[in-house]
Ligand binder design. Structure first.
Ligand code: MD3
Ligand code: FE
Length: 217
């Protein structure tokens, strides 16, 4: 007798799984087509290379960044903002690929959220040992639009710190292909990423990429 539970499903080896973590946080495991997303990222980064951005505090970001879409998140000595031009080249950012928009739409549907068009996609690149310190995302014109995050490559532990009333910290392990949606109350929460570690089973995999699709304007 064919036992569905003793082996992975051979027809659909990776089906997405939606986890509702509360406060508007949705973790959708195995949703993103990793190889396709990485092809887009490598193409985009040829036009808008990764760079450390200078913070207003005068030190470079640990994470290397770039953008695609109508607007890109940039940081320099004068502050953080969204810009239509890449400050390194003075050219517009590369287009947001249709597949990223489709993935965004599908993720919103799975989480039961009303779909909307993102106009910005920040590309974060973490080398081994790189972390992202605790912060809030508040440079968007309307900070109530959800943020959709796509993780690719090495895994990382993502931390969402509750607001002062709700102090529970959520630790979420994000694996390649996972999508996280931050909506509702959690959209305003402090969050960060613990230092990315090498996976001994994949010693040649040395980066984690994270895409955040946002409505900035
Ligand atoms: C929780 N990036 O780019 S994405 C960022 O994995 C950023 O690179 C992380 O935080 C990364 O700003 C986490 C998930 C994310 C994005 C926005 C949030 C989580 C959030 C806004 C509010 C609360
Ligand atoms: Fe953030």
């Amino acid at each position: 007798m064919f036992d569905l539970f003793s082996h992975p499903d051979p027809i659909t080896p990776t089906q997405p799984e939606v986890l509702d973590l509360g406060d508007g946080v949705f973790h959708i495991k195995r949703l993103a087509p990793v190889e396709l997303c990485m092809l887009h990222i490598h193409r985009i980064l040829k036009f808008a290379p990764l760079r450390h951005m200078m913070t207003p505090m005068g030190h470079p970001t640990q994470v290397k960044m770039s953008n695609c879409g109508d607007y890109g998140w940039v940081s320099d000595e004068s502050g953080y903002r969204y810009s239509q031009l890449d400050p390194e080249s003075q050219r517009p950012w590369p287009c947001l690929p249709a597949e990223f928009l489709q993935l965004h739409k599908y993720a919103c549907q799975l989480a039961g959220l009303v779909p909307f068009q993102p106009d910005a996609c920040l590309i974060n690149c973490y080398e081994i040992g790189t972390a992202m310190g605790r912060h809030r995302d508040k440079d968007e014109q309307d900070t109530s639009w959800p943020i959709v995050s796509i993780s690719l490559g090495l895994s990382a532990v993502f931390q969402v710190f509750g607001d002062s009333r709700n102090a529970k910290t959520k630790n979420i392990q994000l694996d390649s292909g996972d999508v996280v949606i931050l909506s509702g109350a959690s959209r305003q929460y402090y969050h960060g990423v613990k230092p990315v570690k090498l996976d001994p089973l994949q010693p040649n995999l040395t980066q984690r990429y994270n895409l955040t699709l946002r409505k900035s304007q």
